[in-house]
Design a binder for this molecule. Structure first.
Ligand SMILES: *Cc1c(COP(=O)(O)O)cnc(C)c1O
Length: 232
């Protein structure tokens, strides 16, 4: 299947999910997760009308973005080491995967050097799975409070990567919990709104939309099966 055909099918499913829960489809943004997809594959997606992409690996992102139109909007969604933040500064519109204060401070510092403000999401580990990235749900208020004080960061919402469950409906409580957590945080932090909920992937984005997702991160359902992670 071509990217254009996959995109049309996903858009139809987004519209149907929105109709089921009375949401305006314009409130759900589709992030095409292009990790490990080479430049021609991304260019095909651009030709099909896709403008918003998510990347996981810093080097791969920097190399690819340089070869693609400067008008694209890139988000960073992968595990991020503080020493690589400088390569992203000013180049990504949103970082979804902020899970610790040291990382937030480095983003603040690097964007600040450019006189810019970085939009970020806090990644929450809802399953409290030791192996996964993300701040624990119990720690996220402290993290959000500290992040909210950094002058060159704007906290925009939360991201979750819930456990992979074969039955997408089984993930629903995790998505619901993320939405509740965003509400609790915005109540606890005066003047801070958390309008963005980044949740839902190829196999469960419809459930995520029903639970309030504003950004869904879809890779394989758009690009097909992924080649392995690049070295480095
Ligand atoms: C790879 C990835 C996705 C996309 O997953 P698919 O199952 O291919 O849709 C979404 N979010 C994150 C954080 C990812 O690393």
């Amino acid at each position: 299947m071509s990217f254009a055909a996959n995109l049309a099918a996903i858009q139809t499913r987004i519209a149907a999910a929105c109709a089921r829960c009375g949401r305006d489809p314009a409130t759900v943004r589709l992030l095409a997760v292009s990790k490990t997809v080479a430049v021609p594959g991304v260019a095909e997606a651009v030709a099909a009308g896709q403008q918003l992409f998510g990347e996981n690996y810093v080097q791969e992102f920097v190399a690819k973005a340089a070869q693609l139109p400067p008008t694209l909007e890139w988000h960073f969604i992968g595990a991020l080491q503080s020493n690589k933040v400088k390569y992203l500064a000013g180049k990504v519109a949103l970082i979804h995967s902020v899970d610790r204060l040291t990382l937030a401070r480095e983003i603040d510092r690097q964007w600040g050097k450019l006189g810019l403000c970085a939009d970020i999401l806090l990644e929450v580990n809802l399953g409290d799975e030791g192996s996964k990235a993300g701040s624990g749900a119990a720690e996220v208020l402290a993290l959000a409070t500290a992040v909210a004080r950094l002058p060159h960061l704007r906290l925009r919402g939360l991201m979750a990567l819930p456990p992979f469950l074969d039955d997408p409906a089984a993930v629903r409580p995790y998505f619901r919990r993320l939405r509740e957590l965003a509400l609790e945080l915005s109540r606890a932090l005066p003047g801070i709104e958390l309008p963005e909920l980044s949740m839902g992937m190829s196999h469960d984005f419809e459930v995520a939309i029903e639970e309030g997702a504003t950004l869904i991160r879809v890779g394989t359902a758009l690009f097909g099966a992924r080649p392995p992670k690049p070295p480095g």
